[in-house]
Structure formats: C-alpha cells, structure tokens
Design a binder for this molecule. Sequence first.
Ligand code: AMP
Ligand code: MG
Length: 479
Amino acid sequence: MKTRFSNSYLSLPEQFYQRVSPTPVEAPAFVALNEPLAEELGLDSSSLRSPEWLAVFAGNRVPEGAQPVALAYSGHQFGHFVPLLGDGRAVLIGELTTPQGLLFDLQLKGSGRTPYSRRGDGRAALGPMLREYIIGEALHHLGIPATRTLAVVASGEVVVRERPLPGGIQSRIAQSHIRIGTFQYASERGDRSALAALADYVIARHYPELVGGEDRYFELARSIFSRQARLVAQWMHVGFIHGVMNTDNVAVSGESIDFGPCAFMNRYDPDTVFSSIDRDGRYAFGMQPTIIQWNLTRLVEALVPLFGTDENTAVARAQELVDGFPALFTEAWYGGMRAKLGLCGDDDGDNELIKQLLEGMYAARVDYTNTFRALSGDAHFSVPAALNDWRVLWDSRIDPTRNGRSREESLRAMRCVNPAVIARNHLVENALKEAVDNQNLSIIHQLVNALRDPYTPQSDYGSPPSDDHDQGYRTFCGT
Ligand code: AMP
Ligand code: MG
C-alpha cells in the first residue's frame, strides 16, 4: 500500500488533539465501498478491496506513516454549552492529497474509545454509518457540499443501544473536521495565541485567499458566514433537515457534517421534525436559518479577541456581521428558489410569487419535491390542482416576453435544479433494514445509484410515502 498520509493538524498547539490509535475489531467485513469517491481521491478502488485496506478501514491497522489523532472541541448541544466534547468515537487517520492537489481528511467513525469518550463506548452501529453513506452521496450529487463515506465495514461486534445492534465503522472523507465547536474550545481556554493559530490554520486550508491579510480573522468569519448561508439555503431548496445542528456539528469548511438524524421532507411543512431527540423542534426544517445564525453568533463570540485591540470596536464589528446574516441568507435562498421556478431577470413580484407557492403547498399538504418536478414539465408528476390559481400567475411570469427565454428553455433549466429523486425516509429505511437485518446489500447499492443521478426520473424512487408513514417516522442519532 503506497498511499501517503500527512497530518497537518499536528502543527497546531497540542491542546487541540490527542494521539490515539483505533481499537481493533474481531471480524471486519466490507459492507460498502464508494468506488466513484475512491477514483476522485486518486485511490485505486480495486486495491481498496485488499485485506490491507480492509484492516485500515476497520481500525485494525494504522497505515505506514500515518499519525492518528482524536480532535478536541467544545459545543452547544441543543443550546447548552459543553466545554469538552471532542472525537469520542472517531479517529482522524490522516490527510490524503488528491491528484489535483486537494487535501482531504480520512476519519474513522465508530473506531473505539478515545480520551474524549466520556461514558460512551466509542463505537457506532452499522445502520447509522450506512445512513451517512447514503445521505452524503445524495447531498453531494445534488451539488451540496457534504462529507462523504469512502467505506463502511461491519465490525463483527455487537453494540448495545436501546437493543443490541451490529457494529459498523465508517471511513469518512471531509475537507477537514474543524467545527464551530473547535473555535469555541480554543476561546474557552482563553489562549489567544492558540485561537489565532487555529484561525490561521483554517485560513490556509479553506480560505487561502485570506492568507496574510491584515484583517484576515474578521474576513474569515465573514467567509464562514457566506458559506453557511449558502449551505443552509441549499438544504432548504431540496427539503433537507440536518436534524442536529449543534455548534459541534457545523464545519467551518462549509460542508454538511454529522447529519445523523437528518431526513428529507416529503409534504411541505416548515415545522417538520423527524429526529427522535429533537422534542421541541429546535432543528425543524423551517428553523434552520435561525439556528445557523445562532450558531454563527457563537462562532464570532469565540473569534472576537482576534477582531482588533479595542474590545468595543471588535464587539461592534461582530454584531454587524451577525445582523447582516438574514440578508445574506435571504439572498442565497431566493436565488435558488428563483432557479427552481425558472425565473430570469428581476421582477418586483418574484419574492411574493415564491412565498405564495409555499403557502399554497402548505395549505394543500403537497409533496415538496414532486411539486417542483411537476412544474418543471416532467410528465411523471402532476401539479396539484390546489395550485391552479397560483400556476396562472407563474405561467404569465415565465412567458418569453417577461422571462427573456422560451418556456421550453425555462422548463429545461428547472429540470436541472429540481431533483426527481431524493433520499426519502421510507427508501432509506428499507435499504438499511435489508442491509442490517437481512444482509442484503443490493437495495442500498441500487438506492445510492439512483441518488447519484437525481435529475433523471426513476420509476421506483419517485413516490412519497403514505402520510401515515411520514407522521410516525423517527430518525436516531446513532450514538
Ligand atoms: P454526535 O451526536 O455524533 O455529533 O456526538 C456528540 C458528541 O458525543 C461527540 O463528542 C461524540 O464524539 C460523542 N459521542 C457520540 N457517541 C459516542 C459513543 N458511542 N462513544 C463515545 N463518544 C460518543
Ligand atoms: Mg458530532
């Protein structure tokens, strides 16, 4: 095995990590290997099926030259600050450099106890690790930045949750694993130079255009605000609910991360929550813009010591960023909604038209994804009759005289942004059940293949579940 791993994280002050090794497992076996991702990373997918790589993915073997670490971070969990979280069931093996020169972390999740495990067993169940695989592929192929899964192995061991479950280990690929919580951790310790070292590391790795700039820490915050505004807007465009938007689950790279109890909404309702642990709906679909702003406020609170020597000025600048967030988000969100409706140019009534559609969809309890797909002229779907009045307004808006392009062009563009296939709850649930309970992996592979081509209608994947199924559907964090 000639793959080289680096670990730039080791250049940070020692308080940010602890050296650890994954804990070996008895009888590892491949459950999934993400071949397209392997190719993108410049890894030869047939050699990844070797016993050597299986041992790496299982945590039974540390690749030569790799220096694995568990990362330290803090975080607000459901609004409550926890000063020390950290990788309690994950190990960063190292970084891989792609043939294009891009750097990615390879992290094992479910790889055993670390100094940050607290009372946890450091392990993960197979189902939730496969879930991250499915959803990561779904998001990525919808053009939404997301961590992805390179491999999932069954550990051959049992993990005890509400009931005994087969254990699994996920090999996760991310631009990095630095979270808002990592900055909170640095800030909590009151060590300004460590905080600056972390910020400079993030700038070099994710925002290289800011390197060396006089006001770079403030610009870093601004850039993270932009990426998060865009990311959450993109989730909203496709009906995605992250499910556990704690500050430790927000990556400063702008990738979706730790979307354990996530789900795609079927019927349009901003109050939709599927996560079993989100009893108050803090992370409901429609709350996500508010919550990301809340999380970003925690980020600037941590960064404020780097915003200048005069504290009052620094705080005022931080506040300005926070106050500007709603406008940033609204712009990103309307931009995507306009594309979903094929709108070109600017028309005074556009925002109102978009709002009216959502109100109509809510009142008529219709499927979010399929309504947009039907409007796009996809004959597999039909526009709900309840939207007929609205449709007259929209039809006149996309008339060539007002929209500057033919109707057919508008519809074609819409079919490139409105998915026909999303990772619907009942599809994911069925694929996981077959894989975990019946050792039948074919369903999961078929589903992932469908999700890799989301703009092409595929007959088995278009229908929403019955209302009954959706009402009772609950997702779990997998801890
Ligand atoms: P998560 O909900 O997966 O984002 O995890 C929140 C925190 O709990 C992180 O610090 C995890 O490392 C830790 N954690 C979750 N599950 C376990 C587990 N089974 N063993 C040890 N730590 C865990
Ligand atoms: Mg997490």
